[in-house]
Design a binder for this molecule. Structure first.
Ligand SMILES: Nc1nc2c(c(=O)[nH]1)N[C@H]1C(S)=C(S)[C@@H](COP(=O)(O)OP(=O)(O)OC[C@H]3O[C@@H](n4cnc5c(=O)[nH]c(N)nc54)[C@H](O)[C@@H]3O)O[C@H]1N2
Ligand SMILES: Nc1nc2c(c(=O)[nH]1)N[C@H]1C(S)=C(S)[C@@H](COP(=O)(O)OP(=O)(O)OC[C@H]3O[C@@H](n4cnc5c(=O)[nH]c(N)nc54)[C@H](O)[C@@H]3O)O[C@H]1N2
Ligand code: SF4
Ligand SMILES: [Mo]
Length: 666
């Protein structure tokens, strides 16, 4: 029996440290690492029993070739040599006949570690294939924040212990940030207040003193009205704003029109609640706003985040420990040289660019047909908008699809060839974190089973069959790991020799917290007004969805993480068929009762659900929690059959939550 350390590879802000018990062949038990600076021993329920996922009987263990119809899920075993030969023969033919931009690689967040997430880029750059714009998650949030603050570092959740007031703004922390929950619990015991602003309050209600339900996509109006109250009552930090920002005076003049009464109409929040919130927020020194990504996934998402970011500096909170915004990437310093893995220098053509949110449209585009799709670390059928179009595209006879996966996902069922992937504990890698100032590396704990190959080893093999003889493709996983760490840390000055030693050998370190008033914009000032933006003065812009009465909002589930953990049969069986949550007033108008089978529909499709009636949902809103696989669908469709693939105002991001639907009882 041995104890080894590893890092959680999933798309989660914490990048937890794991302590793993192993007999050398299998992992037996997984616990949170008490010595990991962010985890401090607390991992989420999803990762407990990780051994059940790693050693699941449902794992794909050999390459497979389709023998049934696309989507049917019938395959026969083949060898890696046969698979690599067939894939690369096809690619060579496509490159010759249609050009390399008929080949589309699609990957996203299945594995977040540096080498395995990014290494496909090198092969596809070399081939000249399509280049994917990877904005399926929260890039509108990043773009909104950056337009105001540049690369200024935001709060690390560990700094929240110093805050004196908290707004949990559209973040289901119970699912997505549990390591920060103990801080909220302790703060409340000390008499500090926690306010929740949500479209769906149930998971977080009990951790908060006040719940404010808001109409989806209208948070920008709330932020403006709060600032209106502040300037009316002179509660802003005028001296700080004049000294540290650009455009304050001009912006201030526009605030007059954004009264709490005006915002009440838009947000559904009573104007006295807005006034009270603004006064409370301005009365403390170091309030923190913990911002999720939900409210950025709208056509006005970037603007919403711009306005909330301005609110976060409006009272000068960032001058004090614990004051400011948390939930946007805290680390402005990039310690790791990703280009060593992605190799942009391998590309010799001008890439055809496809946004990941619009892959379904690309697959049915007859003018520039995609002839081969290569999916890894992603499950587009469950995660990308417009499922009906996606399936239509995947069914095309002239599309050659390869999926590298650990399990037979809904997407893998449409592949011509399926390749078996590894788990994080079966590989070496470097782990950055997008929620905390930490950096880590982990060594392989066990060998991969049977024929499973890591992303790195698979792409090396495909490169060999393509005939590429660059040194890069000849490196073993360990060699590229050593090169990445060595070259990345060479010039880094603010880490100690001991920290560098830890990273070279496997382990986690805490990198320094950011100096939040060191404003890292071109001008060195906070850009309340930003002349480089199409909308130079932030204002309220409306979300644009379809013309249906109910906003359809996606929220993360505590049990699963997008498609990750859908392999936990006991968990998903207990969860049952796909559900939609609806407010009791909206339900009774439509004669819908708890447990009824319902259909949600809009211009894109119809999706069956089981209704859950609850007053923890804002009015005129329906909530779809978690990603399911189609075994648990009611009419074969998942919620993203109702999602349009329009992009956000800035950041080219998903507008997952901008969609509207009507709902009826079956
Ligand atoms: N358990 C679990 N953990 C996860 C994930 C998961 O699926 N499950 N997902 C992972 C991923 S991929 C990500 S990106 C991260 C972060 O995942 P995110 O999806 O950013 O989740 P949250 O930050 O919790 O924010 C979602 C919350 O925003 C709310 N919301 C939606 N629209 C609005 C609005 O207009 N206004 C307001 N005020 N609130 C709104 C929703 O009700 C929901 O509670 O979490 C990661 N961690
Ligand atoms: N309806 C709905 N849609 C959503 C969301 C939602 O909440 N609801 N959330 C959105 C968000 S925030 C995000 S980030 C995206 C995520 O969307 P995706 O990136 O597509 O993530 P997943 O659906 O989790 O699919 C990841 C797949 O990668 C596989 N995988 C894991 N590790 C490896 C590996 O090492 N190699 C390979 N080859 N495969 C691996 C897993 O088995 C899993 O099937 O979805 C978005 N779409
Ligand atoms: S999913 Fe997130 S909270 Fe859970 S173990 Fe992984 S990093 Fe930690
Ligand atoms: Mo995400």
């Amino acid at each position: 029996m041995k104890i080894k350390k590893s890092i959680c590879p999933y798309d989660c802000p914490t990048s937890c440290g794991l302590v793993i018990e192993t007999d050398g062949k299998k992992i037996l038990k997984v616990k949170g690492d008490e010595n990991h600076p962010a985890t401090q021993g607390l991992i989420c329920r999803k990762m407990r029993n990780y051994e059940e996922s790693v050693h699941s009987k449902d794992r794909i263990l050999t390459p497979l070739k389709r023998i049934g119809k696309k989507g049917e899920g019938k395959f026969e075993k083949i060898t890696w040599e046969e698979a690599a030969q067939e894939i690369t023969d096809k690619w060579k033919k496509i490159i010759k006949e249609d050009g390399p931009s008929a080949i589309l690689p699609v990957y996203y967040s299945g594995v977040m570690s540096v080498i395995h997430r990014n290494c496909g880029d090198a092969l596809f750059n070399k081939m000249g294939a399509c280049s994917l714009v990877k904005t399926l998650c929260s890039s509108a949030k990043g773009a909104g924040y950056n337009s105001v603050m540049g690369s200024t570092g935001a709060l690390d959740p560990r700094e929240l212990e110093n805050s004196d007031y908290y707004i949990v703004w559209g973040s289901n922390m119970k699912a997505t940030r549990i390591q920060a929950l103990p801080t909220l619990i302790k703060a409340r015991k000390e008499g500090k207040k926690v306010v929740l602003i949500e479209t769906y309050s149930k998971p977080m209600e009990k951790y908060c003193d006040e719940v404010i339900l808001i109409k989806p996509g209208t948070d920008g109006a709330l932020a403006l009205a709060m600032m209106n109250v502040m300037v009316e009552e002179n509660l802003q930090d005028e001296e700080f704003l004049l000294e540290k920002s650009i455009g304050y005076q001009e912006f201030k003049k526009t605030l007059k029109q954004y009264t709490p009464k005006w915002a009440e109409e838009i947000t559904g929040i009573p104007n006295d609640v807005i006034v009270k919130l603004a006064r409370e927020y301005a009365s403390v020194k170091a309030p923190a706003i913990i911002l999720g990504s939900g409210n950025s996934r709208y056509t006005n998402g970037g603007m919403t985040v711009r306005l909330i970011t301005i609110l976060s500096i409006f009272t000068g909170a960032i001058k004090y420990p614990g004051g400011g915004l948390c939930g946007v990437s805290p680390t402005s310093l990039s310690y790791i040289r990703k280009d060593i893995i992605t190799r942009p220098d391998f590309r010799t053509n001008k890439a055809r660019i496809i946004n990941i949110n619009q892959v379904s449209s690309a697959l049915v585009d007859e003018n520039q047909p995609i002839k081969s799709l290569f999916v890894y670390a992603s499950n587009p059928i469950g995660s990308i908008s417009n499922q009906n179009k996606m399936i239509k595209g995947l069914m095309r006879d002239d599309l050659f699809t390869v999926v590298h996966e650990r399990f037979m996902t809904d997407t893998a069922k449409y592949a011509d060839i399926v390749l078996p992937a590894t788990f994080s504990v079966e590989q070496d890698d470097v782990y950055t974190s997008y929620g905390y100032c930490t950096l880590a590396t982990a060594n392989k704990v066990i060998e991969p089973p049977k024929e499973c190959k890591s992303n790195w080893d698979m792409f090396r093999l495909l490169a060999k069959y393509m005939g590429y003889d660059d040194e890069y493709f000849k490196k073993t996983e360990r060699e590229i790991f050593d090169e990445l760490i060595e070259k990345s840390l060479e010039d880094v000055e603010n880490l100690t020799q001991e920290q560098k030693y830890i990273l070279k050998n496997g382990g986690a370190i805490s990198t320094p917290f950011e100096n939040h008033i060191d404003i890292k914009t071109k001008s060195g000032k906070i850009q309340i007004i930003n002349d480089e933006m199409e909308e130079r003065i932030p204002r309220y812009t409306e979300n644009i969805g379809q013309n249906y009465p109910l906003n359809l909002v996606a929220v993360p589930s505590c049990e699963t993480l997008n498609s990750i953990f859908l392999e936990k049969n006991k968990v998903v069986e207990k969860r049952g068929k796909i559900k939609v949550k609806i407010n009791s007033k909206d339900a009774s108008k439509r004669d819908i009762k708890n447990g009824d089978e319902v259909v949600c529909f809009n211009n894109l499709g119809e999706v069956g659900f089981i209704a859950e009636v609850t007053d923890t949902v804002a009015q005129n809103t329906v909530i779809a929690e978690g990603v399911y696989n189609r075994d648990f669908a009611i009419n074969g469709k998942l919620v993203n059959a109702l999602h349009d693939d329009r992009l956000s105002d800035i950041g080219e991001a998903t507008t997952l939550n901008s969609n509207t639907v009507e709902i009826k009882r079956v």
